[in-house]
Ligand binder design. Structure first.
Ligand SMILES: CC(C)[C@H](C(=O)O)[C@@H](O)C(=O)O
Ligand code: SF4
Length: 471
């Protein structure tokens, strides 16, 4: 029986294995941010321990920094966490992309961008969306604060090997359908628990055709389907993306690395614990209307009705979600009115995402009832976007153009959606209160968010783009 890429990477990283215990795994890259690291550093200090491999550790600030005026930080908690991270990195010798660094950004945007994230690695971070890095053919997952301390002290982690899930997507995506719609569709169809206990390998010709940015969007939300991690086998697209990046191997070393990375593919007869097949042609532009990412429908559909629920539990959860969201059963998705638009987060804040949104926005104006924000994922994304004039397109349309950070993805900073208001958001979580107490989040692609900003409600972006091509 052959091996999957997941088995291959896992086996290579087992340092110690004992019957009935989790494996002790070697960790190649440890990413750190301000929210989940303070206790870990305190733990080290108390036990008088060092960080074992500061050269395999990299830190940045992203969650609670302001994205409007970075010079003034009013929130004492944010200020404290940032200065604490700075002090800790200095004391323990860890490289830090701090607030004034041109490399600062959301941890899951800068890892790939700097070439820190590479195929075949084990990557961890005290953050659930570490799964993003799996797009490069690495096993990447979020860990808790006590595990952060363990990795800092030993560069290893105790982990039971998850099961494997092959998720194959073949066929052509329709116009207006993006990677975000693909992952929202997968979660809507299979539920928020379909990946529980598994690492997903995304494959098939629809994935092979995708850019690294698109693959990152898909892997990012693996966790929203319950999975431990998600990955894509590295290929020519991966190698081309990595070439020339700051921390990627250079020259002959790069060529040698590519030779090694090419071996990171699943054997044709590899066994998986579970398999799911998706036809790309079935996917449409998606909009979440509820309070978990599986409560999502195609833009041209209507919200479900209570009488259609399979059982009482489902009915209760639908009723509660509709109530929180202030929506009616059976209502048309296109009729949902939007007051806020957020283009950003580790799911969709890379240059390609901003370009897509800008194409829709160009020469148009944000609807008067809408407040719209673009928050680039990193300082590098911001700089590249500005070099291409994207900032002007957004600003002229009436968008706010911000500094990089997690921003409105979660209510840990100044960017909050007021209670009862609706936000079309390119982020990954729509739980109650995620964007602010009482805030109503709709998860969408950058294309859909851009269209919602212009119209004040959701529209079929596929039809919109087709109409624009015809003109
Ligand atoms: C703050 C952090 C621990 C959290 C996570 O782990 O995902 C955050 O990034 C999120 O998206 O909710
Ligand atoms: S952008 Fe959102 S999902 Fe991503 S790390 Fe930040 S808070 Fe978490």
């Amino acid at each position: 029986m052959g091996k999957s890429i997941i088995d291959k990477i896992w086996e290579k990283h087992v340092v110690h294995r004992e019957e009935g215990k989790p494996d002790l795994m070697y960790i190649d890259l440890h990413l750190v941010h301000e929210v989940t690291s303070p206790q870990a550093f305190s733990g080290l200090r108390m036990k008088n321990r060092k960080v074992r491999r500061p050269d395999k550790t990299f830190a940045t600030v992203d969650h609670n920094i302001p994205t409007d005026n970075r010079k003034v930080i009013n929130d004492p908690v944010a200020l404290n966490q940032m200065t604490t991270l700075e002090k800790n990195c200095l004391e323990f010798g860890i490289p830090l992309a701090g607030l004034d660094s041109p490399e600062q950004g959301i941890v899951h945007v800068i890892g790939p961008e700097l070439g820190l994230t590479q195929p075949g690695m084990t990557i961890v971070c005290g953050d659930s969306h570490t799964s993003t890095h799996g797009a490069f053919g690495s096993i990447a997952f979020g860990i808790g604060t006590s595990e952060v301390e363990h990795v800092m002290a030993t560069q290893t982690l105790w982990q039971s090997k998850p099961k494997t899930l092959k998720l194959e997507i073949n066929g052509e995506l329709k116009k207006g359908v993006t990677a975000k719609d693909v992952i929202l569709y997968i979660i809507a169809k299979n539920g928020i628990g379909f990946g529980t206990g598994h690492i997903i390998e995304y494959c098939g010709d629809a994935i092979a055709k995708m850019s690294m940015e698109e693959r990152m969007t898909i892997c990012n939300m693996s966790i929203e389907g319950g999975a431990r991690a998600g990955l894509v086998s590295p290929d020519g697209t991966t190698f081309a993306y990595l070439q020339g990046r700051k921390y990627a191997p250079k020259g002959a070393e790069f060529a040698q690395a590519v030779e090694n990375w090419k071996e990171l593919v699943s054997d044709p007869d590899a066994a998986y614990d579970k398999t799911i097949q998706i036809d790309a042609a079935d996917i449409a532009p998606m909009v979440s209307w509820g309070t978990n990412p599986s409560m999502t429908s195609k833009v041209n559909e209507q919200l479900p009705k209570l009488e259609e629920c399979k059982n009482e539990l489902e009915q209760k959860s639908l009723s509660r979600a509709l109530d929180y969201m202030g929506l009616q059963e059976g209502q048309k998705i296109e009729d949902i009115q939007i007051q806020h638009v957020f283009i950003g987060s580790c799911t969709n804040s890379r240059l390609e995402d901003l370009k897509q949104a800008a194409e829709i926005i160009r020469g148009k104006k944000v609807h008067p009832q809408v407040r719209a924000l673009v928050v680039p994922g990193s300082q590098q994304v911001k700089k590249q976007a500005e070099a291409e004039g994207l900032d002007l397109i957004f600003k002229q349309a009436g968008f706010e153009w911000r500094e990089s950070g997690c921003s409105m993805c979660l209510s840990m900073n100044n960017d909050i959606v007021p209670s009862g208001e609706h936000c079309a958001s390119t982020s990954n979580r729509n739980f109650e209160g995620r964007q602010g107490s009482g805030a109503r989040t709709h998860l969408v692609s950058p294309l859909m968010a851009a269209a919602a900003a212009l119209y004040g409600h959701f529209v079929d972006v596929g039809a919109l783009l087709s109409a624009e091509t015809v003109q």
